[in-house]
Design a protein around this ligand. Structure first.
Ligand SMILES: [Zn+2]
Ligand SMILES: [Zn+2]
Length: 334
């Protein structure tokens, strides 16, 4: 595979500013890295938080993007499991140390020395990227479409959030019906769950979209569902949804906060937590989550609804995502 010397990338030079269309040197893979020719990169809510300076200490300048699908174009000298021409996915988790107390107890998602694609290492809003082979997911040909890109984070984090819920839970509330929820609902419906979808007030299009995908009910986030929920997953970065979801929850239920950033949670009376209700967050992912989820996604034939944008239109795509005017997920095509 011939590799050009230079590539286009959309670069964050400083936070709270537009991405800049740059020409950069194509990176060369280090010892354990592969060079990936990117075919698609989804835009995740987390990218918006990085661009807006809501997450501390991003690498700058930075190539954002961590929902990468691409083909291995070159391999570093110590690469053993991947080969040139192979289809891979590159997720948010880019490196863990394997030695800290979190890694040693199987919580690599909490690693003290972790590095994250499109945040502390360069990511996928570019024509090429390098990635450590151990953190890439080898993909079968089913995942070659650009629509697979959002599975790499929206799907994975949705799956990790879902896996925190008791297996016996039936009524699930999804708060915020964007990229992650529209993937996860397919899994939940296949498992016989009843999904109650909460959207921004008056967002009829998102509510119809949720019903089309199998929600038993869809409504504004400030309205009460017709039945008590066994579990709630909050995808929207809105802290006020935590007490709201607690009020919608049955005794013994759980509220899972799926995002990396959320506005402050307002104080609430203890009685809405009483009854052994639980509030918890989900942080990052483990490679095991990825392996499990991608197997299930292939078995169930999970589909995504995506709007494709040329790479150079990343700023426009981010603007539309912020306004909530994209159904499903936005994906950049180099
Ligand atoms: Zn570690
Ligand atoms: Zn993400």
């Amino acid at each position: 595979m011939s590799i050009p010397g230079e590539m286009h990338a959309m670069v964050l030079e400083k936070v709270r500013a537009s991405l800049v269309d740059c020409t950069m040197r194509v990176p060369r893979p280090a010892m354990e890295q592969v060079l990936v020719r990117i075919t698609a990169c989804g835009i995740c809510r987390t990218d918006l938080h990085v661009v807006d300076g809501e997450l501390p200490n991003p690498k700058l300048p930075l190539v954002p993007g961590h929902e990468i699908i691409g083909v291995v174009a070159a391999v570093g000298p110590n690469v053993t499991t991947l080969r040139e021409g192979q289809l891979v996915g590159v997720p948010w988790l880019g490196y863990t140390c394997g030695k800290c107390r979190y890694c040693l107890r199987g919580n690599e998602n909490l690693c003290e020395n972790a590095r994250f694609t499109g945040y502390t290492i360069d990511g996928g809003f570019a024509e090429y990227t390098v990635a450590n082979e151990k953190y890439c997911f080898p993909l079968n040909a089913k995942f070659s479409e650009p629509g697979s890109a959002p599975l790499m984070c929206a799907g994975l984090i949705g799956y990790r959030s879902y896996s925190m819920i008791d297996k016996g839970a039936v009524n699930l509330g999804f708060y915020g019906f964007g990229a992650a929820a529209h993937i996860l609902i397919q899994l939940a419906v296949a498992h016989g769950k009843h999904v109650f979808a909460f959207t921004r007030e008056g967002d009829r299009a998102a509510q119809e979209f949720a019903i089309k995908l199998g929600s038993v009910w869809a409504g504004d986030s400030n309205t009460s569902p017709p039945e008590k929920l066994d579990a709630a997953i909050i995808f929207a970065p809105v802290g006020a949804l935590v007490p709201k979801a607690l009020r919608d929850l049955d005794k013994g239920g759980i509220v899972v906060c799926g995002g990396i950033h959320m506005s402050d949670i307002p104080s609430f009376p203890y009685d809405i937590l009483w009854g052994e209700r639980v509030v918890r967050s989900v942080a990052n992912l483990t490679r095991k989550d990825g392996d499990e989820f991608l197997k299930i996604a292939a078995e169930l034939g999970i589909k995504t609804e995506t709007r494709l944008f040329p790479l150079r239109e990343a700023n426009e795509a981010i603007g539309l995502l912020k306004k909530g005017s994209i159904q499903g997920a936005a994906v950049l095509i180099p």
